[in-house]
Design a protein around this ligand. Structure first.
Ligand code: FE2
Ligand code: FE2
Length: 273
């Protein structure tokens, strides 16, 4: 079965749709939050360690590539109702993340309106491109990336608490982390379905993602990417060790995929050469 056919297998589609409907109904009931009303904005701390504000800015920039994240993946999954409806809902939730982070940078006094205007302008001058070429590769990528993103926000929340605390930022990061964990959960459920239907193909899609993973946009699209990455490492929000332990190993364990499977079939060397 080729990759396109796999996507439009009616049984797979029905399962994807059921997973999405459960996800959506739970999100509506338990996970909706309002940027304007649910954050204690009058409790921003202008004296919080500026290193935290620098990382909030970086994460806000990553979230601002939303037009590319949504616009470029939809054509790949257009014929799948479960996946397109999820991306529509996902885009709404992700749009709140940059809004809330940007509002915090302004209301806390760590950044000015002019600075944020210039920053957004620079972000929109560059385009993010899909790291994987087909729908299954993008599903594997999204699953890994959402979990890594969850870890980045969770760890940032913990460091912010340790470096001065800020009740408004704490609430923002709590809401955002819960959203990212939910996104990971949905992508994982979708991916597990493809693992059941065509394990070899699903693992082949996961292999390059786990072997070459990078957070989107930070390395190749943002100005001052070296110092941005250095900040993330200094605060121990994300690094190779965290990736291996909390992403790579964690994912193999949760998906019940072995390291040998991920390495793939060995190509035998010819004894005649
Ligand atoms: Fe996000
Ligand atoms: Fe997300």
């Amino acid at each position: 079965m080729d990759s396109a056919a796999l996507s439009f297998n009616p049984e797979v589609e029905l399962s994807l749709w059921r997973i999405y409907r459960d996800f959506f109904d739970i999100a509506e009931r338990k996970r909706r939050w309002r940027v304007r009303d649910d954050i204690p904005w009058d409790e921003c701390n202008p004296n919080l360690d500026p290193a935290i504000a620098d990382v909030v800015e970086t994460f806000c920039c990553v979230e601002l590539y939303l037009p590319d994240y949504v616009g470029k993946v939809l054509p790949l999954v257009r014929r799948s109702k479960g996946r397109t409806w999820f991306y529509a809902n996902w885009g709404y939730e992700e749009s709140k993340h940059s809004l809330a982070l940007s509002d915090w940078l302004l209301r806390s006094g760590h950044r000015t309106e002019e600075y944020m205007f210039d920053l957004e302008k620079k972000v929109f001058e560059r385009e993010w491109n899909l790291p994987e070429g087909d729908h299954l590769g993008m599903l594997a990528y999204a699953m890994v990336q959402e979990h890594a993103t969850f870890l980045n926000y969770r760890n940032l929340r913990q460091r912010a608490q340790a470096l001065g605390g800020d009740p408004a930022l704490d609430r923002v990061l709590a809401f955002v982390s819960v959203d990212e964990a939910a996104h990971f959960g949905l992508f994982k459920s979708f991916f597990e379905l493809y693992l059941q239907v065509d394990r070899d193909r699903a693992i082949a899609a996961l292999r390059p993602v786990l072997n070459q993973f990078q957070m989107p946009a930070i390395h190749d699209l943002l100005d001052e990417s070296k110092s941005r990455i250095a900040r993330i490492r200094e605060l121990e929000l994300f690094n190779e060790e965290i990736f291996i332990r909390d992403v790579y190993t964690h994912l193999l364990n949760t998906l019940n995929v072995t390291k040998a499977e991920l390495r793939g079939p060995r190509v035998k060397k010819s004894v005649l050469v």
